[in-house]
Design a binder for this molecule. Structure first.
Ligand code: SF4
Ligand code: SF4
Length: 370
């Protein structure tokens, strides 16, 4: 941005605008789709985390509990923090048929492109680096994109970027919920935007569509039943009771967002992408509908090459193979049997058990003449 003559959207030179607007303008110029300001105090949303974990809904995500006090109160993360600057970047919503062609797996929309942590963190760090110049004084700050003890969705709601919906996603009224969120904590006293308003109304499409019944009540997710947890976060065996519902998904699940009316229409058409950020987030060809046969044969070297720079690394190869075995069992295709059988004789106890389960499904389908 050059000095002096830059005009802000609201008129006048940028230098004449309040600090909040100059930070917002820079965030948008850096490629963020929305940016808001929230206070650092704990809220009912962050306090709810404690209750949610106590109910056992966090499963094995121990890291959530380890730094729970910081998650609830950002002032414990950065003493002297006055404002949470929350940035959102929208990726293109999931499209295409809900079920992929036979023998192919489904990967959550956000995961098949460049890792959103890297894409968004890079933007927020640039914003963070500019704060001292914009404020005209040194600024103490920290920046996180799922990388620290910060409740990003709660902060985004407080910053006016939308509301935490019945499916527990943050929905922005114009951008929908296919959002990547990040937070800059800083010691600048900035005017807060005010919390977003809930627009779920009487809708319950997400609750009804969830294949695993993972919502014990609206606005509450039991992560231990959610496919985004069982296929990504969970390191051990996927509970048998959830395997059929996994269908052909091999990494994450988009169902409760795909069915949401706030993601279905974008009145102003597709979002522009002047900096190519959305293009970077879009799934690479290899991950649009990966063949289960290919996944089942992945060795470590192939896995590392295919997942380089993506969030798919999080599942590790064994996790992805485990997921692919469940998808293969659900597909019931005899052509996959030899690939599945190899894992039934391998060294890994988790893969062996999932392979035996998948063989049972394939054989049962064959016996039934399907
Ligand atoms: S991501 Fe899928 S499994 Fe998880 S709550 Fe949403 S619809 Fe249910
Ligand atoms: S599907 Fe309906 S209830 Fe669920 S998040 Fe969207 S608007 Fe809210």
């Amino acid at each position: 941005m050059s000095g002096g003559g830059d005009r802000s959207p609201a008129g006048g030179t940028l230098a004449e605008q309040p600090l909040e607007e100059r930070i917002r303008a820079l965030g948008l110029a850096l490629g963020l789709d929305a940016l808001g300001f929230a206070g650092p105090e704990p809220t009912a949303r962050t306090e709810f985390l404690r209750d949610w974990i106590a109910r056992g809904y966090a499963g094995e995500m121990d890291y959530l509990e380890r730094r729970i006090e910081e998650r609830i109160d950002p002032r414990r993360v950065l003493p002297g923090v006055r404002t949470l600057i929350v940035g959102a970047l929208a990726c293109a919503p999931a499209d295409g048929p809900a079920l992929e062609p036979e023998g192919r797996g489904i990967v959550a929309r956000y995961a098949g492109g460049d890792d959103y942590h890297d894409v968004l963190l890079d933007r927020l760090r640039a914003l963070e680096a500019a704060l001292p110049a914009l404020a005209g004084r040194p600024v103490r700050s920290r920046c996180y994109v799922d990388t620290g003890p910060v409740a990003e969705k709660a902060a985004a709601e407080q910053a006016g970027l939308g509301w935490i919906a019945k499916n527990t996603c943050l929905i922005h009224p114009e951008l929908g919920s296919n959002l990547m969120l990040g937070v800059v904590l800083c010691d600048l006293e900035l005017a807060q935007d005010g919390a977003g308003t809930d627009h779920c109304g009487s809708c319950r499409a997400c609750l009804d569509a969830c294949p695993t019944d993972a919502f014990p009540e609206p606005y509450v997710l039991d992560a231990t039943r959610c496919l985004s947890y069982t296929t990504i976060e969970l390191r051990g065996a996927i509970p048998e009771s959830l395997r059929a519902a996994q269908g052909d998904r091999v990494f994450g699940c988009d169902v409760c967002q795909t069915v949401c009316p706030w993601n279905r229409s974008r009145p102003r058409g597709p979002l522009a992408d002047p900096l190519g950020l959305r293009t970077r987030l879009a799934p690479r060809e290899i991950w649009r509908a990966p063949s289960l046969a290919w996944l089942l044969a992945l060795d470590e070297e192939d896995f590392l090459a295919a997942t380089r720079g993506t969030a798919l690394r999080r599942s590790r190869r064994l996790g992805l193979l485990r997921n692919a075995l469940v998808a293969a069992g659900n597909a019931g295709l005899p052509s996959l049997r030899p690939l599945v059988a190899r894992h039934a004789e391998g060294d890994d106890v988790i893969l062996r058990e999932h392979a035996l389960w998948a063989l049972e499904q394939i054989d049962a389908r064959a016996a039934a003449g399907a």
